[in-house]
Ligand binder design. Structure first.
Ligand code: ADP
Ligand code: MG
Length: 238
């Protein structure tokens, strides 16, 4: 079971408190979207779940396992970033398989995994290309492929679509949701785009200045915003 439990989580950078005791219970196979203005701490929280940032206080668990002290590579987590961070000198094939090579899997196993991911993401014809020769949407799919081959139970997305044009964003939203359902993963998806949040989320977490303002389904938030901040955020066009 890949539920993600965040309890009393704080983040301090030196003497500056960035997250002030965050509590979020994410269910197995749920698609949860974190929204909130720039600088409110969304990426920091995601990076703490991924193990890229230490946890100053509180606990994060996956299933029943507390992961505070588990190194990033041993967490059952894959992360897709905003700037896809592809290796320009490697083919699509090698970009997708890179993390498996680091893990010392056999050549055959690596190749099977890459081909399987490419099939799912419609990248099979492009495996020998370099990232330069791909469109924005295809590059984003390669980034997802890298996450996919890791067989992770938890997927983290940090504004993965913000570099794409509006039309492609709509297509990719649907693709990401389809992937989530197909792989039966638990997903935590960060965006500052309320339309994206409303259309993709099982539940939305509205954050502001390092605190959670409200957690609920898109309908809950729309019908019963807990305060003016949530109402403004959900109600205003992006
Ligand atoms: P968001 O993703 O919601 O835009 P971030 O999590 O990136 O917000 O940042 C939250 C706050 O933490 C910001 O004020 C940012 O300047 C600060 N911050 C992020 N990383 C560091 C760091 N390594 N050192 C000091 N402050 C940081
Ligand atoms: Mg961010």
């Amino acid at each position: 079971m890949a539920s993600v439990t965040i309890s009393g989580v704080e983040k301090w950078f030196g003497t500056l408190e960035i997250l002030h005791g965050i509590d979020i219970d994410i269910e197995d196979q749920e698609f949860v979207v974190l929204v909130g203005p720039s600088g409110c701490g969304k990426s920091t929280l995601l990076r703490m779940i991924a193990g890229l940032e230490s946890i100053s206080d509180g606990e994060i668990s996956i299933g029943t396992r507390v992961i505070n002290d588990v190194p990033a590579r041993n967490r059952d987590i894959a992360m897709v970033f905003q700037n896809y961070a592809l290796y320009p000198h490697m083919s699509v094939f090698d970009n997708i398989g890179f993390s498996l090579k680091l893990r010392k899997r056999s050549k055959q196993e690596i190749s099977e995994k890459i081909n399987e991911a490419a099939e799912i993401l419609d990248l099979t014809p492009y495996l020998e290309r370099s990232p330069r020769q791909l469109s924005g949407g295809q590059r984003q799919r390669v980034a997802m492929g890298r996450a996919l081959v890791r067989d992770a139970q938890v997927f983290l997305f940090d504004e993965p679509l913000s570099n794409l044009d509006a039309k492609l964003r709509v297509v990719m939203r649907t693709e990401i949701k389809a992937l989530h359902q197909r792989l039966k993963t638990t997903s935590v998806y960060v965006t500052h785009d309320q339309i994206e949040a409303m259309t993709m989320a099982d539940r939305i977490v509205v954050m502001n200045k390092g605190r959670v303002e409200q957690i609920g389904t898109p309908m809950d938030l729309y019908d019963f915003p807990a305060n003016l901040f949530v109402a403004d955020f959900i109600g205003s066009p992006s």
